[in-house]
Write a protein that binds this ligand. Structure first.
Ligand code: PMP
Length: 441
C-alpha cells in the first residue's frame, strides 16, 4: 500500500514562501517531502489534505486527552463565547470555578493563576521562585523540555556525548542562537536521576539556587521514569537548602493520575505547571502551588499579567475538560487501552528479537530500543535510535501517527477504541518485521 502525500508536498512549497519552514512551530517540520498538512480531525483520527487517515498518538504532543473536536467541550466553549465574548479587561466567575477545580484535584495547588501556554507557565513559576528566594539560578535536568523562553532552552536534545561535559561538571548547552550569554550563568544542568551530580551541584551553588525545575517523568526524553527515591531526594534537598521545587506537569498532569506525577509518586512540590491535557487542545495553561509563594504575586511584588490570561475560550475549555475528567472514567479507559498497547508493543519487539523498553505509564508511552531503561538522556542517546525512527516513519505511512521525534511518547485519548489499538498493533507488527528483516547497521 503506497500512501500519496503529493498535496501536502505542494502545500509545503507554497507555505514555505510565506512561513519559515512552512510551519508555525518548528517541531511540525519534517522535511520538504514529509511535512503533512491536516484537513480534518475527529476523535482518535486526523486526515491529511491527501485524504489519508491516521490513528493519532501524537495528539498535538499530548493535549487532546478526550479526542479531537470533542463535541461536549466545543459546544460548551461556543455557548460561553456567545454569553460572555472571548475576553474583557475583567475576570469571570468561570475562572474561579476552574481555580477551585485545580485546588481540588492537584495536591500541591492552594492557589493558581491561569495562562495560555506551557512556556508562560514555566516562565512565571521560575520568576516566582526567584522572587520568593531572592536567588537567580535554577537547576534543570538534561533532556527535559520546559518551553521556549530563554531561561529553559538548554540541554534538551543536543547530542550530549560530545557537548554536555562530564557528569561531575555538566555544561548547559543553549539550544538556540539569540539567547543572551549572561543567561548561561543562571542555568545549572544536571543529568536526570543522578543523585551524586545533583549533590555536587548543590554543594557548589545551593545558596544561589532559586528552584529545581523538573519534569517528574522525562516526557520529552522517551518518558524515562524517576528511579525510586529520586523525587523524594529532590524534595529533601530543596527543604535542606530553601529551594523551591517546581514540578513541570505539563505532560504528566492528568496523564499519570488525576493529580499528576505528584499524586502518583507521592511527592509534593512547592509549585507546579500545567497545560496540554487540561484544555483538550485549546491554548490553556496554569501554574499554582503553595499559598505562601503564590501570594507574592501582587502589584509591585512579583509581576504576572497577560492580555489573554483567563480568556473565556481557554477557561471554558478547561472547565469542560476537567469536568468530564471528573465525571467519566476517562483515565481508567485510557489506561486499559494503553496497557493493551504497551503489552502488544512489548511482544512485537520481543518476537523480532529487538531489546526494547516500553515505558511505565499507559497514557503516555515511551519506546526505547535498549536492554534496560536508561537513567537519563546521556544513556538514552546510546540506545538504538535509527531503527526505531525508521519504524515510526514507516508506520506513519501506514496510518499510525505519533510525533516523528522518537523522544516523544505515544499519547492516548478517551476516543481511542480497542479496534484502534488492534489496528495499530497489526501495522506495528508488520512494519517492525519488515524494518528488522532489512536492517543493516
Ligand atoms: N513543559 C513541558 C514538559 C512540555 O512538554 C512542553 C511542551 N511540549 C512545555 C513545557 C511548553 O509548553 P507550550 O508548548 O505550551 O509552550
Amino acid at each position: 500500500m503506497t500512501q500519496s502525500i503529493e498535496k501536502s508536498k505542494a502545500l509545503w512549497r507554497k507555505a514555505n514562501e510565506v512561513i519559515p519552514l512552512g510551519v508555525s512551530s518548528s517541531f511540525r517540520f519534517h522535511g520538504p517531502e514529509n511535512t503533512r498538512y491536516v484537513a480534518r480531525a475527529k476523535g482518535a483520527y486526523y486526515w491529511d489534505v491527501d485524504g489519508n487517515r491516521y490513528i493519532d498518538y501524537a495528539l498535538a504532543w499530548g493535549p487532546v486527552i478526550l479526542g479531537h473536536a470533542y463535541d461536549e467541550v466545543d459546544d460548551y466553549v461556543r455557548e460561553q463565547i456567545r454569553l460572555r465574548g472571548t475576553t474583557t479587561a475583567l475576570t469571570t466567575d468561570l475562572e474561579i470555578e476552574v481555580a477551585e477545580k485545580f485546588v481540588a484535584l492537584c495536591p500541591c495547588v492552594e492557589k493558581v493563576r491561569l495562562v495560555n501556554s506551557g512556556t508562560e507557565a514555566t516562565m512565571h513559576a521560575l520568576r516566582l521562585a526567584r522572587g520568593y528566594t531572592g536567588r537567580d539560578k535554577y537547576i534543570k535536568f538534561e533532556g527535559a523540555y520546559h518551553g521556549v523562553h530563554d531561561y529553559v532552552l538548554y540541554s534538551m536534545y543536543a547530542n550530549p556525548v560530545p557537548v554536555y561535559g562530564t557528569r561531575r561538571s555538566p555544561l548547559p548547552v543553549p539550544e538556540s542562537s539569540g539567547i543572551p550569554k549572561v543567561i548561561n550563568e543562571t542555568v545549572i544542568t544536571v543529568p536526570f536521576n543522578d543523585f551524586e551530580a545533583l549533590e555536587l551541584a548543590l554543594k557548589r551553588s545551593a545558596h544561589e539556587v532559586a528552584a529545581i525545575l523538573v519534569e517528574p517523568v522525562l516526557g520529552n526524553c522517551a518518558c524515562i521514569s524517576p528511579v525510586p527515591g529520586f523525587l523524594e531526594f529532590l524534595r529533601a534537598k530543596c527543604d535542606e537548602h530553601g529551594i523551591v521545587l517546581i514540578f513541570d506537569e505539563i505532560k504528566t498532569g492528568f496523564h499519570l493520575a488525576m493529580g499528576g506525577a505528584q499524586e502518583y509518586y507521592h511527592v509534593l512540590p512547592d509549585l507546579a505547571t500545567y497545560a496540554k491535557a487540561i484544555g483538550n487542545g485549546y491554548p490553556a495553561a496554569a501554574f499554582g502551588g503553595k499559598r505562601e509563594i503564590m501570594d507574592l504575586i501582587a502589584v509591585g511584588q512579583v509581576e504576572q499579567d497577560g492580555t489573554y490570561c483567563g480568556n473565556v475560550v481557554s477557561v471554558a475549555a478547561i472547565n469542560a475538560t476537567l469536568g468530564i475528567l471528573q465525571r467519566e472514567p476517562v483515565l481508567e479507559t485510557i489506561f486499559a487501552r494503553g496497557r493493551r498497547l504497551q503489552e502488544g508493543l512489548r511482544s512485537i519487539f520481543a518476537e523480532e528479537g529487538i531489546p526494547a523498553v516500553v515505558t511505565e505509564h499507559p497514557a503516555m508511552i515511551g519506546v526505547i530500543f535498549a536492554e534496560k531503561m536508561p537513567r537519563d538522556q546521556r544513556e538514552w542517546e546510546l540506545s538504538e535510535k535509527a531503527m526505531l525512527q525508521k519504524i515510526v516513519v514507516e508506520a506513519q505511512k501506514r496510518g499510525i501517527s505519533k510525533h516523528e521525534v522518537i523522544r516523544e511518547p505515544y499519547f492516548l485519548s478517551y476516543s481511542h477504541s480497542d479496534a484502534d489499538i488492534d489496528e495499530t498493533l497489526n501495522v506495528m507488527a508488520d512494519v517492525t518485521h519488515q524494518v528488522k528483516a532489512t536492517w543493516k547497521k
